[in-house]
Write a protein that binds this ligand. Structure first.
Ligand SMILES: [Ca+2]
Ligand SMILES: [Ca+2]
Length: 206
């Protein structure tokens, strides 16, 4: 009986592990030789959304916060609307997720953008960032609570709201439990364990 309970607990815990749920949060892909590039829609390995712009470290005198590249939220070409980039991932219900990123203004200190973390049914975090400067990278970190649903982590340009110049980003991470789908074999074992547990309880009551 004790062993069955322990086995079930071990199975439950083994289906969870900690990971960074953001892919290409450092904008290191695609690997560019120099200058900058932009890509319509999805960036290979991670970001989705409007056009996505990647800069090489040192271009226009701006060194990346980490690695050899960083992103610019106000991408190119300008389609006349705000730029958004996002990633969507699954969370575990009631698990804490630590998130962090670096940001820097490009052209003037009045630049701003919005970060929203949300599911289909709830808003988990929302904040406007307007405190970054052209002189150095700033960093931000906080925690949100998972709901067990698909969760979207999205940056949207505010100022400039549609221009192509502004709001550098780098080193975006979301760290916490990732739910992996158990192997069929594990599920069968779990079912046998639960049936065994039910029989034991019945026997105790009888
Ligand atoms: Ca980087
Ligand atoms: Ca740009």
């Amino acid at each position: 009986m004790k062993y069955i309970t322990a086995a079930i607990a071990a199975l439950a815990f083994s289906s969870l592990s900690n990971a960074n749920l953001i892919t290409n949060g450092g904008f290191e892909s695609p690997d560019i030789n120099s200058g900058w590039t932009y890509q319509l829609d999805d960036l290979p390995g991670g970001w989705e959304g409007d056009n996505i712009e990647v800069w090489k470290t040192g271009f226009n005198g701006v060194n990346s916060f980490a690695g050899d590249q960083h992103g610019e939220l106000n991408a190119h070409p300008n389609d006349g609307t705000n730029f958004s980039i996002f990633q969507t991932f699954n969370t575990v219900d009631q698990a804490d997720y630590d998130f962090s990123f670096a940001y820097r203004a490009r052209n003037n200190n009045s630049e701003s953008f919005l970060l929203e973390i949300f599911t289909d049914t709830s808003d988990l975090f929302s904040m406007i960032f307007d405190d970054h400067t052209t002189s150095a990278w700033s960093t931000f970190s906080d925690v949100f609570l998972g709901t067990g649903e698909l969760t979207t982590f999205r940056f949207t340009s505010i100022n400039p709201n549609s221009g192509t110049v502004g709001n550098f980003l780098d080193a975006v991470t979301v760290e916490g439990e990732v739910a992996s789908v158990p192997e069929p074999g594990s599920l069968a074992l779990l079912a046998i364990g639960l049936i065994g547990l039910g029989i034991s309880r019945k026997n105790i009551r009888a």
